[in-house]
Design a protein around this ligand. Sequence first.
Ligand SMILES: Nc1ncnc2c1ncn2[C@@H]1O[C@H](COP(=O)(O)OP(=O)(O)OP(=O)(O)O)[C@@H](O)[C@H]1O
Ligand SMILES: Nc1ncnc2c1ncn2[C@@H]1O[C@H](COP(=O)(O)OP(=O)(O)OP(=O)(O)O)[C@@H](O)[C@H]1O
Ligand SMILES: [Mg+2]
Ligand SMILES: [Mg+2]
Lengths: 251, 251
Amino acid sequence: PTRIIGVALSKGGVGKTTTAVNLSAGLALGGYEVLLVDTDTQGQSSYSLGVKPKAGLVELITEELSPEECVFKARDRLFLLAGGKSLAGVKRLIDRKDFGGELTFRESLACMEGKYDFIIVDTSPGWDALTVSVLFYAKEILTPLSLEVMSLQGLTEFMKSLAGIRKYREEVSLRYILPTFLDGRVKQSQKILVDLKKIYAEQLCTPIRNNVRISEAPAYGKTIYEYAPGSPGAQDYRDLIRRVTNNTKLF
Amino acid sequence: PTRIIGVALSKGGVGKTTTAVNLSAGLALGGYEVLLVDTDTQGQSSYSLGVKPKAGLVELITEELSPEECVFKARDRLFLLAGGKSLAGVKRLIDRKDFGGELTFRESLACMEGKYDFIIVDTSPGWDALTVSVLFYAKEILTPLSLEVMSLQGLTEFMKSLAGIRKYREEVSLRYILPTFLDGRVKQSQKILVDLKKIYAEQLCTPIRNNVRISEAPAYGKTIYEYAPGSPGAQDYRDLIRRVTNNTKLF
Ligand SMILES: Nc1ncnc2c1ncn2[C@@H]1O[C@H](COP(=O)(O)OP(=O)(O)OP(=O)(O)O)[C@@H](O)[C@H]1O
Ligand SMILES: Nc1ncnc2c1ncn2[C@@H]1O[C@H](COP(=O)(O)OP(=O)(O)OP(=O)(O)O)[C@@H](O)[C@H]1O
Ligand SMILES: [Mg+2]
Ligand SMILES: [Mg+2]
Protein backbone atom coordinates (compact mmCIF):
# COMPACT_ATOMS: atom_id res chain seq x y z
CA PRO A 1 0.00 0.00 0.00
CA THR A 2 1.07 3.61 -0.56
CA ARG A 3 2.46 5.39 2.49
CA ILE A 4 1.14 8.97 2.74
CA ILE A 5 3.33 11.28 4.84
CA GLY A 6 2.35 14.91 5.48
CA VAL A 7 5.24 17.24 6.36
CA ALA A 8 3.55 19.78 8.59
CA LEU A 9 3.88 22.35 11.35
CA SER A 10 1.95 25.61 11.58
CA LYS A 11 5.17 27.44 12.52
CA GLY A 12 6.90 29.02 9.55
CA GLY A 13 10.46 28.51 8.39
CA VAL A 14 11.24 25.26 10.28
CA GLY A 15 12.37 23.29 7.22
CA LYS A 16 9.10 21.78 5.88
CA THR A 17 9.83 22.31 2.19
CA THR A 18 13.53 21.44 2.58
CA THR A 19 12.51 18.19 4.28
CA ALA A 20 9.66 17.32 1.88
CA VAL A 21 11.96 17.83 -1.14
CA ASN A 22 15.02 16.02 0.25
CA LEU A 23 12.92 13.19 1.73
CA SER A 24 11.13 12.66 -1.59
CA ALA A 25 14.32 12.89 -3.63
CA GLY A 26 16.17 10.57 -1.24
CA LEU A 27 13.41 7.96 -1.39
CA ALA A 28 13.50 8.12 -5.22
CA LEU A 29 17.31 7.66 -5.16
CA GLY A 30 16.73 4.69 -2.88
CA GLY A 31 14.59 3.03 -5.57
CA TYR A 32 11.07 3.96 -4.39
CA GLU A 33 8.40 5.51 -6.63
CA VAL A 34 7.48 8.85 -5.04
CA LEU A 35 4.85 11.56 -5.55
CA LEU A 36 5.62 14.93 -3.93
CA VAL A 37 2.46 17.06 -3.48
CA ASP A 38 2.97 20.78 -2.80
CA THR A 39 -0.08 22.26 -1.02
CA ASP A 40 1.59 25.60 -0.25
CA THR A 41 0.54 28.80 -1.99
CA GLN A 42 4.26 29.69 -2.00
CA GLY A 43 4.91 26.73 -4.34
CA GLN A 44 8.53 26.39 -3.23
CA SER A 45 8.87 22.67 -3.93
CA SER A 46 9.01 23.33 -7.68
CA TYR A 47 11.55 26.13 -7.15
CA SER A 48 13.73 23.86 -5.00
CA LEU A 49 13.72 21.16 -7.67
CA GLY A 50 14.48 23.66 -10.42
CA VAL A 51 11.34 22.87 -12.41
CA LYS A 52 8.44 24.99 -13.73
CA PRO A 53 5.44 22.70 -14.28
CA LYS A 54 2.57 24.26 -16.27
CA ALA A 55 -0.07 22.50 -14.19
CA GLY A 56 -0.37 20.90 -10.78
CA LEU A 57 -2.59 20.37 -7.76
CA VAL A 58 -5.11 23.10 -8.60
CA GLU A 59 -5.86 21.63 -12.04
CA LEU A 60 -6.29 18.23 -10.40
CA ILE A 61 -8.71 19.48 -7.71
CA THR A 62 -10.74 21.58 -10.18
CA GLU A 63 -10.58 18.68 -12.69
CA GLU A 64 -9.48 21.09 -15.42
CA LEU A 65 -6.90 18.51 -16.55
CA SER A 66 -6.54 14.75 -16.21
CA PRO A 67 -4.35 13.38 -13.41
CA GLU A 68 -1.68 12.40 -15.98
CA GLU A 69 -1.51 16.00 -17.24
CA CYS A 70 -1.18 17.42 -13.70
CA VAL A 71 1.72 15.26 -12.55
CA PHE A 72 5.21 16.43 -13.58
CA LYS A 73 8.22 14.11 -13.71
CA ALA A 74 10.91 15.99 -11.73
CA ARG A 75 13.57 13.26 -11.45
CA ASP A 76 13.78 9.48 -11.99
CA ARG A 77 11.02 7.92 -9.87
CA LEU A 78 10.16 11.40 -8.43
CA PHE A 79 6.90 12.96 -9.58
CA LEU A 80 5.57 16.35 -8.54
CA LEU A 81 2.07 17.84 -8.14
CA ALA A 82 3.06 21.51 -8.01
CA GLY A 83 1.56 24.11 -5.66
CA GLY A 84 1.51 27.89 -5.95
CA LYS A 85 -0.51 31.06 -5.70
CA SER A 86 -3.66 29.72 -7.38
CA LEU A 87 -4.15 27.36 -4.41
CA ALA A 88 -5.57 30.39 -2.59
CA GLY A 89 -8.65 29.88 -4.75
CA VAL A 90 -8.92 26.26 -3.60
CA LYS A 91 -9.04 27.43 0.01
CA ARG A 92 -11.96 29.68 -0.83
CA LEU A 93 -13.62 26.75 -2.64
CA ILE A 94 -13.27 24.56 0.48
CA ASP A 95 -14.44 27.34 2.85
CA ARG A 96 -17.56 27.91 0.76
CA LYS A 97 -18.63 24.26 0.94
CA ASP A 98 -21.41 23.70 3.48
CA PHE A 99 -20.10 20.22 4.38
CA GLY A 100 -17.36 17.76 3.49
CA GLY A 101 -14.81 20.49 2.68
CA GLU A 102 -12.19 18.61 4.67
CA LEU A 103 -12.44 15.67 2.27
CA THR A 104 -11.66 17.70 -0.86
CA PHE A 105 -8.04 16.66 -0.97
CA ARG A 106 -8.69 12.99 -0.24
CA GLU A 107 -11.22 12.75 -3.05
CA SER A 108 -8.95 14.46 -5.60
CA LEU A 109 -5.94 12.34 -4.74
CA ALA A 110 -7.70 8.97 -4.53
CA CYS A 111 -6.68 8.33 -8.15
CA MET A 112 -2.99 8.57 -7.20
CA GLU A 113 -2.92 5.80 -4.63
CA GLY A 114 -1.44 2.46 -5.63
CA LYS A 115 0.79 4.08 -8.28
CA TYR A 116 3.47 5.17 -5.79
CA ASP A 117 5.31 3.70 -2.82
CA PHE A 118 5.26 7.08 -1.05
CA ILE A 119 3.16 10.23 -1.34
CA ILE A 120 4.90 13.11 0.49
CA VAL A 121 2.84 16.25 1.11
CA ASP A 122 4.48 19.64 1.75
CA THR A 123 2.18 21.99 3.64
CA SER A 124 2.06 25.74 4.12
CA PRO A 125 2.70 27.40 7.47
CA GLY A 126 -0.36 28.57 9.38
CA TRP A 127 -3.68 26.81 9.82
CA ASP A 128 -6.39 26.93 7.19
CA ALA A 129 -8.85 24.84 5.19
CA LEU A 130 -6.09 23.31 3.06
CA THR A 131 -4.01 22.27 6.09
CA VAL A 132 -7.05 20.59 7.61
CA SER A 133 -7.82 18.82 4.35
CA VAL A 134 -4.25 17.44 4.22
CA LEU A 135 -4.64 16.12 7.77
CA PHE A 136 -7.75 14.28 6.62
CA TYR A 137 -5.69 12.68 3.87
CA ALA A 138 -2.23 11.84 5.25
CA LYS A 139 -1.82 8.84 7.54
CA GLU A 140 1.57 9.76 8.96
CA ILE A 141 2.74 13.24 9.98
CA LEU A 142 6.41 14.25 9.95
CA THR A 143 7.04 17.52 11.81
CA PRO A 144 10.32 19.38 11.22
CA LEU A 145 11.14 21.50 14.24
CA SER A 146 13.79 24.17 14.54
CA LEU A 147 15.34 24.07 18.03
CA GLU A 148 13.95 27.40 19.25
CA VAL A 149 11.30 28.23 21.86
CA MET A 150 8.97 29.90 19.35
CA SER A 151 8.89 26.63 17.38
CA LEU A 152 8.32 24.58 20.53
CA GLN A 153 5.37 26.84 21.30
CA GLY A 154 4.20 26.26 17.74
CA LEU A 155 4.49 22.49 18.27
CA THR A 156 2.33 22.64 21.40
CA GLU A 157 -0.40 24.50 19.49
CA PHE A 158 -0.09 22.15 16.51
CA MET A 159 -0.44 19.07 18.73
CA LYS A 160 -3.67 20.49 20.17
CA SER A 161 -5.04 21.03 16.67
CA LEU A 162 -3.96 17.54 15.58
CA ALA A 163 -5.70 16.05 18.61
CA GLY A 164 -8.88 17.78 17.41
CA ILE A 165 -8.56 16.17 13.98
CA ARG A 166 -7.88 12.73 15.47
CA LYS A 167 -11.29 12.80 17.18
CA TYR A 168 -12.78 12.56 13.70
CA ARG A 169 -10.05 10.56 12.05
CA GLU A 170 -7.98 8.15 14.12
CA GLU A 171 -5.78 7.02 11.24
CA VAL A 172 -3.65 10.19 11.26
CA SER A 173 -0.81 10.33 13.82
CA LEU A 174 2.39 12.18 14.50
CA ARG A 175 4.97 9.62 13.42
CA TYR A 176 8.24 11.59 13.20
CA ILE A 177 9.64 14.74 14.80
CA LEU A 178 12.72 15.91 12.92
CA PRO A 179 14.88 18.49 14.74
CA THR A 180 16.38 20.92 12.21
CA PHE A 181 19.06 23.62 12.32
CA LEU A 182 20.98 21.83 15.06
CA ASP A 183 23.90 24.12 15.80
CA GLY A 184 26.57 22.65 17.99
CA ARG A 185 27.55 26.15 19.08
CA VAL A 186 24.17 27.19 20.50
CA LYS A 187 23.55 25.98 24.10
CA GLN A 188 19.83 26.55 23.75
CA SER A 189 19.38 24.10 20.87
CA GLN A 190 21.16 21.32 22.80
CA LYS A 191 18.94 21.93 25.84
CA ILE A 192 15.76 21.89 23.73
CA LEU A 193 16.89 18.63 22.12
CA VAL A 194 17.26 17.05 25.57
CA ASP A 195 13.73 18.18 26.51
CA LEU A 196 12.32 16.77 23.25
CA LYS A 197 13.95 13.38 23.92
CA LYS A 198 12.07 13.17 27.22
CA ILE A 199 8.63 13.92 25.78
CA TYR A 200 8.81 12.51 22.24
CA ALA A 201 11.45 9.73 22.53
CA GLU A 202 9.58 7.44 20.14
CA GLN A 203 9.06 9.98 17.35
CA LEU A 204 12.35 11.84 17.57
CA CYS A 205 14.65 11.41 14.55
CA THR A 206 18.38 12.10 14.24
CA PRO A 207 18.62 15.89 13.91
CA ILE A 208 19.48 17.71 10.69
CA ARG A 209 22.49 19.88 11.44
CA ASN A 210 22.56 23.56 10.49
CA ASN A 211 24.38 23.36 7.15
CA VAL A 212 24.73 26.31 4.79
CA ARG A 213 24.85 23.92 1.77
CA ILE A 214 21.18 23.14 2.43
CA SER A 215 20.19 26.80 2.10
CA GLU A 216 22.33 27.23 -1.05
CA ALA A 217 21.02 24.20 -2.99
CA PRO A 218 17.60 25.70 -3.95
CA ALA A 219 19.35 28.54 -5.79
CA TYR A 220 20.56 25.93 -8.29
CA GLY A 221 17.31 23.95 -8.32
CA LYS A 222 19.17 20.96 -6.88
CA THR A 223 18.51 18.55 -4.04
CA ILE A 224 21.14 18.32 -1.30
CA TYR A 225 22.36 15.00 -2.78
CA GLU A 226 22.98 16.64 -6.16
CA TYR A 227 24.45 19.92 -4.86
CA ALA A 228 26.69 18.73 -1.99
CA PRO A 229 26.61 14.92 -1.75
CA GLY A 230 29.33 14.78 0.92
CA SER A 231 27.90 17.55 3.13
CA PRO A 232 26.54 17.07 6.66
CA GLY A 233 23.12 18.00 5.21
CA ALA A 234 23.18 15.15 2.70
CA GLN A 235 24.38 12.70 5.37
CA ASP A 236 21.64 13.74 7.81
CA TYR A 237 18.88 13.46 5.21
CA ARG A 238 20.16 10.00 4.20
CA ASP A 239 19.78 9.05 7.88
CA LEU A 240 16.18 10.20 7.66
CA ILE A 241 15.56 8.04 4.57
CA ARG A 242 16.94 4.99 6.39
CA ARG A 243 14.67 5.75 9.35
CA VAL A 244 11.50 6.27 7.29
CA THR A 245 12.09 3.17 5.15
CA ASN A 246 13.35 1.14 8.12
CA ASN A 247 16.14 0.02 5.81
CA THR A 248 19.51 0.55 7.48
CA LYS A 249 21.45 -0.75 4.44
CA LEU A 250 20.25 2.05 2.08
CA PHE A 251 23.02 4.20 0.54
CA PRO B 1 -2.36 60.96 12.19
CA THR B 2 -1.81 57.32 13.16
CA ARG B 3 0.87 55.49 11.17
CA ILE B 4 -0.25 51.95 10.26
CA ILE B 5 2.63 49.54 9.52
CA GLY B 6 1.99 45.95 8.44
CA VAL B 7 4.87 43.53 9.10
CA ALA B 8 4.46 41.02 6.30
CA LEU B 9 6.06 38.43 4.06
CA SER B 10 4.40 35.21 2.87
CA LYS B 11 7.62 33.29 3.63
CA GLY B 12 7.61 31.68 7.05
CA GLY B 13 10.13 32.12 9.85
CA VAL B 14 11.82 35.34 8.61
CA GLY B 15 11.33 37.28 11.85
CA LYS B 16 7.88 38.89 11.39
CA THR B 17 6.67 38.36 14.96
CA THR B 18 10.08 39.14 16.47
CA THR B 19 10.12 42.41 14.51
CA ALA B 20 6.48 43.36 15.19
CA VAL B 21 6.96 42.81 18.94
CA ASN B 22 10.36 44.54 19.26
CA LEU B 23 9.36 47.40 16.97
CA SER B 24 6.17 48.00 18.97
CA ALA B 25 7.92 47.70 22.31
CA GLY B 26 10.76 49.94 21.18
CA LEU B 27 8.36 52.64 19.96
CA ALA B 28 6.53 52.50 23.32
CA LEU B 29 9.87 52.84 25.18
CA GLY B 30 10.57 55.83 22.94
CA GLY B 31 7.42 57.53 24.24
CA TYR B 32 4.95 56.74 21.44
CA GLU B 33 1.48 55.26 22.03
CA VAL B 34 1.37 51.94 20.17
CA LEU B 35 -1.22 49.31 19.29
CA LEU B 36 0.15 45.89 18.22
CA VAL B 37 -2.42 43.86 16.26
CA ASP B 38 -1.74 40.11 15.87
CA THR B 39 -3.54 38.71 12.82
CA ASP B 40 -1.78 35.33 12.94
CA THR B 41 -3.64 32.15 13.92
CA GLN B 42 -0.45 31.16 15.77
CA GLY B 43 -0.97 34.12 18.15
CA GLN B 44 2.73 34.35 18.97
CA SER B 45 2.76 38.08 19.79
CA SER B 46 1.02 37.42 23.10
CA TYR B 47 3.40 34.55 23.88
CA SER B 48 6.43 36.75 23.12
CA LEU B 49 5.16 39.48 25.46
CA GLY B 50 4.38 36.95 28.20
CA VAL B 51 0.69 37.86 28.37
CA LYS B 52 -2.54 35.82 28.06
CA PRO B 53 -5.35 38.19 27.06
CA LYS B 54 -8.88 36.72 27.34
CA ALA B 55 -10.09 38.55 24.25
CA GLY B 56 -8.60 40.12 21.15
CA LEU B 57 -9.01 40.69 17.43
CA VAL B 58 -11.70 38.04 16.88
CA GLU B 59 -14.01 39.54 19.50
CA LEU B 60 -13.46 42.96 17.90
CA ILE B 61 -14.26 41.74 14.34
CA THR B 62 -17.32 39.72 15.47
CA GLU B 63 -18.36 42.63 17.75
CA GLU B 64 -18.83 40.22 20.63
CA LEU B 65 -17.07 42.74 22.91
CA SER B 66 -16.50 46.50 22.83
CA PRO B 67 -13.16 47.77 21.51
CA GLU B 68 -12.10 48.70 25.07
CA GLU B 69 -12.67 45.10 26.21
CA CYS B 70 -10.67 43.66 23.31
CA VAL B 71 -7.53 45.73 23.77
CA PHE B 72 -5.04 44.47 26.40
CA LYS B 73 -2.43 46.71 28.01
CA ALA B 74 0.84 44.73 27.63
CA ARG B 75 3.35 47.40 28.74
CA ASP B 76 3.37 51.18 29.33
CA ARG B 77 2.07 52.79 26.13
CA LEU B 78 1.95 49.32 24.42
CA PHE B 79 -1.49 47.86 23.80
CA LEU B 80 -2.23 44.50 22.20
CA LEU B 81 -5.09 43.11 20.10
CA ALA B 82 -4.27 39.41 20.45
CA GLY B 83 -4.46 36.84 17.66
CA GLY B 84 -4.75 33.07 17.87
CA LYS B 85 -6.49 29.95 16.62
CA SER B 86 -10.00 31.38 16.51
CA LEU B 87 -8.89 33.73 13.70
CA ALA B 88 -9.29 30.72 11.39
CA GLY B 89 -13.02 31.32 11.74
CA VAL B 90 -12.59 34.94 10.63
CA LYS B 91 -10.92 33.74 7.43
CA ARG B 92 -13.94 31.60 6.70
CA LEU B 93 -16.21 34.57 7.46
CA ILE B 94 -14.29 36.73 4.95
CA ASP B 95 -14.20 33.96 2.30
CA ARG B 96 -17.96 33.50 2.54
CA LYS B 97 -18.71 37.17 1.89
CA ASP B 98 -19.85 37.77 -1.68
CA PHE B 99 -18.18 41.21 -1.82
CA GLY B 100 -16.18 43.60 0.34
CA GLY B 101 -14.40 40.82 2.28
CA GLU B 102 -11.12 42.63 1.87
CA LEU B 103 -12.44 45.59 3.85
CA THR B 104 -13.38 43.54 6.94
CA PHE B 105 -10.27 44.50 8.84
CA ARG B 106 -10.34 48.19 7.94
CA GLU B 107 -13.96 48.51 9.09
CA SER B 108 -13.30 46.76 12.42
CA LEU B 109 -10.21 48.80 13.20
CA ALA B 110 -11.55 52.19 12.17
CA CYS B 111 -12.44 52.84 15.84
CA MET B 112 -8.75 52.52 16.83
CA GLU B 113 -7.37 55.26 14.67
CA GLY B 114 -6.50 58.56 16.28
CA LYS B 115 -5.92 56.90 19.70
CA TYR B 116 -2.38 55.72 18.86
CA ASP B 117 0.74 57.14 17.22
CA PHE B 118 1.49 53.74 15.62
CA ILE B 119 -0.56 50.65 14.80
CA ILE B 120 1.79 47.71 14.06
CA VAL B 121 0.21 44.62 12.47
CA ASP B 122 1.86 41.18 12.70
CA THR B 123 0.74 38.88 9.90
CA SER B 124 0.79 35.14 9.39
CA PRO B 125 2.95 33.43 6.79
CA GLY B 126 1.22 32.34 3.62
CA TRP B 127 -1.39 34.16 1.59
CA ASP B 128 -5.06 34.15 2.52
CA ALA B 129 -8.13 36.30 3.05
CA LEU B 130 -6.74 37.78 6.28
CA THR B 131 -3.40 38.74 4.69
CA VAL B 132 -5.24 40.51 1.88
CA SER B 133 -7.47 42.30 4.33
CA VAL B 134 -4.42 43.59 6.23
CA LEU B 135 -2.95 44.91 2.96
CA PHE B 136 -6.18 46.84 2.43
CA TYR B 137 -5.70 48.40 5.85
CA ALA B 138 -2.00 49.14 6.40
CA LYS B 139 -0.44 52.12 4.63
CA GLU B 140 3.20 51.10 5.08
CA ILE B 141 4.63 47.58 4.74
CA LEU B 142 7.77 46.48 6.59
CA THR B 143 9.15 43.17 5.26
CA PRO B 144 11.66 41.22 7.40
CA LEU B 145 13.80 39.07 5.16
CA SER B 146 16.21 36.33 6.19
CA LEU B 147 19.26 36.37 3.93
CA GLU B 148 18.58 33.05 2.15
CA VAL B 149 17.56 32.27 -1.43
CA MET B 150 14.24 30.69 -0.42
CA SER B 151 13.29 33.96 1.28
CA LEU B 152 14.41 36.00 -1.73
CA GLN B 153 12.16 33.83 -3.88
CA GLY B 154 9.41 34.46 -1.34
CA LEU B 155 10.01 38.22 -1.64
CA THR B 156 9.70 38.10 -5.44
CA GLU B 157 6.34 36.33 -5.15
CA PHE B 158 5.18 38.70 -2.41
CA MET B 159 6.07 41.75 -4.49
CA LYS B 160 3.94 40.40 -7.33
CA SER B 161 1.00 39.93 -4.97
CA LEU B 162 1.50 43.39 -3.47
CA ALA B 163 1.52 44.91 -6.96
CA GLY B 164 -1.87 43.26 -7.51
CA ILE B 165 -3.25 44.91 -4.38
CA ARG B 166 -1.82 48.32 -5.31
CA LYS B 167 -3.93 48.32 -8.49
CA TYR B 168 -6.95 48.63 -6.21
CA ARG B 169 -5.35 50.58 -3.40
CA GLU B 170 -2.45 52.91 -4.14
CA GLU B 171 -1.95 54.01 -0.53
CA VAL B 172 -0.18 50.79 0.48
CA SER B 173 3.53 50.56 -0.32
CA LEU B 174 6.61 48.61 0.66
CA ARG B 175 8.38 51.12 2.89
CA TYR B 176 11.05 49.07 4.70
CA ILE B 177 12.97 45.85 3.98
CA LEU B 178 14.67 44.62 7.13
CA PRO B 179 17.39 41.98 6.62
CA THR B 180 17.37 39.53 9.52
CA PHE B 181 19.66 36.74 10.75
CA LEU B 182 22.76 38.47 9.32
CA ASP B 183 25.59 36.09 10.10
CA GLY B 184 29.07 37.38 9.51
CA ARG B 185 30.29 33.80 9.06
CA VAL B 186 28.02 32.93 6.14
CA LYS B 187 29.33 34.16 2.74
CA GLN B 188 25.93 33.72 1.13
CA SER B 189 24.18 36.18 3.45
CA GLN B 190 26.76 38.90 2.67
CA LYS B 191 26.30 38.34 -1.06
CA ILE B 192 22.50 38.49 -0.79
CA LEU B 193 22.79 41.72 1.19
CA VAL B 194 24.88 43.27 -1.60
CA ASP B 195 22.25 42.23 -4.17
CA LEU B 196 19.45 43.70 -2.04
CA LYS B 197 21.28 47.04 -1.78
CA LYS B 198 21.31 47.29 -5.56
CA ILE B 199 17.59 46.65 -6.04
CA TYR B 200 16.01 48.07 -2.86
CA ALA B 201 18.52 50.75 -1.77
CA GLU B 202 15.78 53.13 -0.61
CA GLN B 203 13.86 50.62 1.53
CA LEU B 204 16.78 48.68 2.94
CA CYS B 205 17.27 49.06 6.73
CA THR B 206 20.33 48.27 8.84
CA PRO B 207 20.29 44.47 9.23
CA ILE B 208 19.37 42.66 12.41
CA ARG B 209 22.31 40.39 13.24
CA ASN B 210 21.79 36.73 14.08
CA ASN B 211 21.71 36.89 17.88
CA VAL B 212 20.76 33.94 20.09
CA ARG B 213 19.44 36.36 22.77
CA ILE B 214 16.60 37.23 20.37
CA SER B 215 15.48 33.59 20.16
CA GLU B 216 15.75 33.13 23.94
CA ALA B 217 13.73 36.21 24.99
CA PRO B 218 10.25 34.81 24.11
CA ALA B 219 10.78 31.93 26.57
CA TYR B 220 10.66 34.53 29.36
CA GLY B 221 7.88 36.60 27.78
CA LYS B 222 10.29 39.52 27.46
CA THR B 223 11.18 41.94 24.70
CA ILE B 224 14.83 42.07 23.64
CA TYR B 225 15.24 45.37 25.56
CA GLU B 226 14.06 43.73 28.79
CA TYR B 227 15.88 40.41 28.36
CA ALA B 228 19.27 41.53 27.01
CA PRO B 229 19.44 45.32 26.78
CA GLY B 230 23.14 45.37 25.81
CA SER B 231 22.92 42.62 23.17
CA PRO B 232 23.51 43.14 19.42
CA GLY B 233 19.80 42.29 18.98
CA ALA B 234 18.68 45.15 21.22
CA GLN B 235 21.11 47.56 19.51
CA ASP B 236 19.93 46.58 16.03
CA TYR B 237 16.25 46.95 16.92
CA ARG B 238 16.95 50.39 18.45
CA ASP B 239 18.47 51.31 15.08
CA LEU B 240 15.21 50.26 13.47
CA ILE B 241 13.20 52.46 15.85
CA ARG B 242 15.37 55.46 14.98
CA ARG B 243 14.87 54.76 11.28
CA VAL B 244 11.08 54.32 11.50
CA THR B 245 10.61 57.42 13.68
CA ASN B 246 13.22 59.40 11.74
CA ASN B 247 14.52 60.47 15.15
CA THR B 248 18.27 59.84 15.38
CA LYS B 249 18.47 61.11 18.97
CA LEU B 250 16.19 58.37 20.40
CA PHE B 251 17.79 56.11 23.09
N1 LIG C 1 19.39 22.25 8.22
C1 LIG C 1 19.41 23.45 7.61
N2 LIG C 1 20.54 24.17 7.64
C2 LIG C 1 20.59 25.40 7.05
N3 LIG C 1 19.56 25.98 6.40
C3 LIG C 1 18.41 25.29 6.35
C4 LIG C 1 18.26 24.00 6.94
N4 LIG C 1 16.99 23.57 6.70
C5 LIG C 1 16.37 24.55 6.00
N5 LIG C 1 17.22 25.58 5.78
C6 LIG C 1 16.92 26.88 5.15
O1 LIG C 1 16.05 27.58 6.05
C7 LIG C 1 15.03 28.26 5.33
C8 LIG C 1 13.67 27.72 5.77
O2 LIG C 1 13.49 26.39 5.34
P1 LIG C 1 12.17 25.96 4.55
O3 LIG C 1 11.82 26.97 3.55
O4 LIG C 1 12.35 24.57 4.09
O5 LIG C 1 11.12 26.00 5.75
P2 LIG C 1 9.53 25.88 5.66
O6 LIG C 1 9.07 25.37 6.96
O7 LIG C 1 9.16 25.13 4.44
O8 LIG C 1 9.12 27.43 5.48
P3 LIG C 1 7.61 27.96 5.21
O9 LIG C 1 6.98 27.97 6.58
O10 LIG C 1 7.82 29.34 4.62
O11 LIG C 1 6.95 27.01 4.27
C9 LIG C 1 15.33 28.04 3.86
O12 LIG C 1 16.08 29.13 3.39
C10 LIG C 1 16.17 26.76 3.84
O13 LIG C 1 17.04 26.73 2.76
N1 LIG D 1 17.94 38.15 14.49
C1 LIG D 1 17.62 36.95 15.02
N2 LIG D 1 18.60 36.19 15.56
C2 LIG D 1 18.32 34.97 16.07
N3 LIG D 1 17.09 34.42 16.11
C3 LIG D 1 16.08 35.13 15.61
C4 LIG D 1 16.28 36.42 15.03
N4 LIG D 1 15.07 36.88 14.61
C5 LIG D 1 14.16 35.92 14.89
N5 LIG D 1 14.76 34.87 15.50
C6 LIG D 1 14.15 33.59 15.89
O1 LIG D 1 13.83 32.92 14.66
C7 LIG D 1 12.56 32.27 14.77
C8 LIG D 1 11.63 32.84 13.71
O2 LIG D 1 11.29 34.17 14.02
P1 LIG D 1 9.76 34.65 14.05
O3 LIG D 1 8.94 33.64 14.74
O4 LIG D 1 9.73 36.04 14.54
O5 LIG D 1 9.46 34.63 12.48
P2 LIG D 1 8.04 34.78 11.78
O6 LIG D 1 8.30 35.29 10.41
O7 LIG D 1 7.13 35.54 12.65
O8 LIG D 1 7.54 33.25 11.71
P3 LIG D 1 6.09 32.75 11.21
O9 LIG D 1 6.22 32.73 9.71
O10 LIG D 1 5.95 31.37 11.80
O11 LIG D 1 5.07 33.72 11.72
C9 LIG D 1 12.10 32.48 16.20
O12 LIG D 1 12.50 31.39 16.97
C10 LIG D 1 12.86 33.74 16.65
O13 LIG D 1 13.07 33.76 18.02
MG1 LIG E 1 7.77 25.64 2.92
MG1 LIG F 1 5.16 35.11 13.26
